[in-house]
Design a protein around this ligand. Structure first.
Ligand code: FAD
Length: 435
């Protein structure tokens, strides 16, 4: 019996209010055949579709809501060449060769965004490589950031990273609360929903069928292939790709993947447009900024608005108190924003993994997946789409630590939400007491 599913409406974000229109795609009806059925039209699914089509295969993309409804349409648009696990930590546990391979993958991922933006001429994505500053809130965290930068320069030959003194960070941010920082010039920013919509239009223009409001409610083995069923139709394919990341619980069809992830809500606020004077004094170089706190917050300026992000509410919904906590954090850094109204507030789920790196691989001989971007997936999911296409074609790919040999279900999965609360509370405590 078909599972009930009501497609969700787009999230009212700054990006949705300023994005290029995307004509609606049809709903799947009737039975179709394809080489590969892709579940989810975010960056992972659309990049996989593009790379499969480029190699002569015939994919079909099925999206439960609208393309970009998930994290790809509502993220912060910060593009970085890194994982949640630092390269130094990877080196310490897994050795130099692995650290170097992960470093290469991270940089390839940023190049992949540039390549896709150029391939589909997505100028409205406004991709910039202006860099990112990690701003330190005390001497202990500044020292750790400087040590890390020195290690990267020495051991990974990453000589671009620059140390900033307190004056430079003040000039960079417009805030005087930071004691110094580190500039990574290779990072960038993007309009995430225009990037997504440009991908969807480009992939559709290459002849790939995309169906929206077509949730896969059942995915099963069928002869020597797979059968993906939606309430209105089905796709029989030789292989399937699960590209549902933090939204893998929308139906039970992707439950095997969902049980390997811990969802964590990330929230964003955006001010109304600032006066020209204020806009000129805050973040004049147009970079993005993160803090060194464990409960990391980040900010950037987009079209003269401050966009500020951090932890959202626990549980299934947004909450006013989480947005208010973010606003207070923003005013703590920029007191001059105290009376500036917020125009947009929204949130979404990021998918965390126990080992802090994404997982890419095969569930079985017919089903592949790539999930668990740990909140840093704009570039990485774009690249993993290409690697998934390589895996579908049977090519051998060196995925470093991302190669999930077998799916590890989160132990005590039912208790993941209280566990997330406990860890977040502990991090907030450490941030508060650290000198
Ligand atoms: C608030 C927020 C801020 C973030 N900020 C940043 C940032 O600044 N920089 C960065 O690098 N990363 C950031 N991220 C993470 C990044 O957005 C994600 O890692 C990335 O977009 C994941 O892309 P995806 O295609 O794998 O998944 P998604 O974009 O989430 O797409 C999954 C899609 O699958 C669909 N789906 C689910 N189940 C089914 C089904 N059964 N049938 C059909 N379709 C289905 C969903 O509707 C959804 O559209 C942020 C995430 C959030 C939520």
């Amino acid at each position: 019996m078909a599972q009930a599913f009501t497609p969700m409406t787009p999230v009212p974000s700054l990006w949705a209010a300023t994005a290029d229109p995307l004509p609606a795609f049809p709903k799947l009806s009737g039975a179709r055949q394809a080489d590969v059925v892709i579940i989810g039209a975010g960056y992972t699914g659309l990049s996989a579709a593009y790379h499969l089509a480029k190699s002569g295969l015939a994919p079909v993309v099925l999206e439960a809501n609208q393309p970009g409804w998930g994290a790809s349409g509502r993220n912060g648009g910060v593009i970085t060449a890194k994982f949640r696990l630092s390269f130094r930590e990877i080196d310490a546990v897994h050795g130099r060769a692995m650290a170097r391979r992960m470093y290469e993958i991270a940089h390839e991922s940023v190049d992949m965004v540039e390549e896709l933006v150029s391939e589909f001429d997505i100028t409205s994505a406004r991709l910039t490589r202006t860099g990112q500053v990690k701003a330190a809130h005390n001497d202990t965290t500044l020292k750790a950031a400087i040590d890390e930068a020195a290690w990267m320069s020495r051991e990974m030959r990453d000589t671009e990273v620059r140390i900033l003194d307190p004056h430079q960070v003040r000039d960079e941010t417009g805030s005087s609360i930071f004691v110094g920082g580190v500039l990574n010039p290779g990072s960038g920013g993007i309009h995430p929903l225009n990037y997504l919509r440009g991908l969807a239009k480009g992939v559709a223009a290459r002849g790939v069928p995309i169906f929206q409001e077509s949730p896969v409610v059942s995915l099963r083995r069928d002869g020597d292939g797979v059968l993906a069923e939606t309430p209105g139709g089905s796709v029989r394919a030789r292989q399937a790709i699960i590209a549902t990341n933090s939204y893998s619980d929308l139906t039970s069809a992707t439950a095997r993947v969902q049980r390997t992830l811990v969802p964590f809500r990330s929230a964003l606020i955006a001010t109304e447009k600032l006066s020209p004077n204020l806009a000129g004094s805050l973040m004049p170089t147009g970079r993005s900024y993160t803090e060194t706190k464990r409960m990391m917050r980040w900010f950037r300026k987009v079209d003269d608005r401050v966009v500020f992000g951090g932890r959202g509410a626990f549980g299934k919904q947004d909450s006013e108190s989480a947005f208010e906590a973010l606003r207070k954090a923003m005013v703590g850094i920029f007191p001059e924003l105290a009376d500036v109204p917020l125009e947009f507030k929204w949130s979404g789920l990021v998918a965390m993994t126990l080992d802090s790196v994404p997982h890419v691989g095969r569930l079985d001989d017919r089903t592949l997946y790539s999930v668990g971007y740990n909140g840093a997936g704009v570039a990485m999911s774009s690249l993993m789409g290409r690697y998934l296409a390589d895996l579908v074609r049977g090519e051998s790919v060196n995925l470093g630590l991302l190669a999930a040999r077998r799916l590890k279900t989160i132990p005590f999965y039912a208790f993941r939400e209280p566990a997330v609360r406990a860890v977040a509370g502990w991090y907030q405590f450490l941030d508060a007491v650290e000198r």
